[in-house]
Design a protein around this ligand. Structure first.
Ligand code: UT7
Length: 320
């Protein structure tokens, strides 16, 4: 007896993005009052001018709901149309329940499949690939994908090597079936032998990273992954309208963009005003680029996530 499987969709695409940032702005000068650092060092080594930090009552769920609600509103769908919710996060308040079912409930999405996904800073690209596969395989019709992080609650605010980098926020996308594929094949992988390079070792600890080692890895290993994602999508770098790398460090973003060699692409630099928001950084940056009219609808954009794990993922999408 053969099992019946649903009819596959030809492709999946992003219908809309949404984003959310907390109201509180923390400048480099604010941090220089707490730790031994200064604006010039942070700008030149990391590229950050300011970042947003969530308030005490504002958690991963609240930020995800804001970004997710905006993405659903922009998609033209209603919450009842969504049947799968994936929240990419590594900085939640508690390990269970997952954030996704709570986010779904707050948004009025009834009885969806709902789970969290932790691939750290690469989480959004992993979640987008999972959503695309679910839609193409027929196990979901419309998926809400959210990257949401409250990194500030896992940061030691007396450690100048990390507190200047990480920040809070959320970005979201609605993924639906389409005749024309709008989400290209994912290229993903990890280097678990280097899992201790960025780590929160236990629930009583803060985030710590071997900055230089991660920097070398990110500037060396990630551009080939990005180029492979272009090749597998059948897109030449010259056709890209945008490159949206994880906003880890502006020097890493520039190094990846230089190696991809995409003369017509706008390169996301949201880190300057948003800091490093881990799994939220890619959808947050792209949502804001779309909102500002920096990138044309329908054009190809390259997304590249990388971080703890050391996990990485890249794919080319059509800008909604
Ligand atoms: O999102 C997840 C993925 N993460 C990443 O991709 C992070 C990759 N790494 C980086 O972005 C960079 O390595 C950092 C931004 C973390 C650090 O920049 P760096 O240029 O690699 O600095 P460093 O760690 O080599 O430190 C250079 C110096 C040291 O002083 P000495 O030993 O040379 O006297 C540090 O103690 O800068 C010092 N330093 C600071 N000085 C002023 C470290 N943090 C600070 C600070 N302000 N905030």
């Amino acid at each position: 007896m053969t099992l019946t499987i649903p009819q596959a969709a030809a492709g999946a695409r992003v219908l809309a993005f949404g984003d959310y940032q907390p109201a509180t702005v923390v400048t480099n000068d604010d941090l220089a009052q707490k730790v031994d650092t200064d604006d010039a060092w942070i700008r030149s080594r990391v590229g950050i001018a300011e970042r947003r930090i969530a308030g005490p009552g504002e958690g991963v769920v609240e930020m995800a709901v804001q970004a997710g609600g905006k993405a659903i509103a922009g998609s033209g769908l209603s919450p009842e149309d969504i049947d799968l919710v994936i929240v990419a996060t590594c900085s939640g308040e508690s390990p269970m329940p997952a954030h996704a079912p709570v986010v779904a409930d707050r948004l009025g999405i009834r009885a969806p499949g709902a789970f969290d996904l932790n691939a750290a800073c690469a989480g959004f690209c992993y979640a987008l690939a999972t959503a695309s596969a679910a839609v193409r395989g027929g196990s979901a019709r419309n998926v809400l994908v959210v990257g949401a992080e409250k990194m500030s609650q896992w940061v030691d605010w007396t450690d100048r090597s990390t507190c200047i980098i990480f920040a809070d926020g959320a970005g979201a996308a609605v993924v639906a079936a389409s005749d024309e594929p709008g989400i290209g094949p994912v290229v993903w992988g990890s280097a678990g032998d280097q899992h201790d390079k960025i780590i929160i070792p236990d629930r009583h600890s803060f985030i710590r990273q071997e900055g230089q080692a991660v920097f070398r890895w990110a500037t060396g290993a990630i551009a080939p992954v990005a180029l492979e994602a272009c090749e597998r999508a059948g897109i030449s770098p010259g056709d890209l309208a945008a490159i949206v790398p994880h906003q880890a460090n502006l020097r890493i973003v520039d190094a990846i963009a230089r190696k991809v060699k995409a003369p017509n692409a706008v390169v996301a630099d949201d880190i300057v005003h948003s800091g490093n928001t881990s799994a939220a950084s890619i959808p947050l940056a792209l949502s804001r680029m779309i909102e500002r009219g920096d990138v044309p609808s329908g054009a190809p954009a390259l997304l590249v996530g990388f971080g703890a794990g050391l996990a990485y993922a890249a794919q080319v999408i059509r800008i909604p």
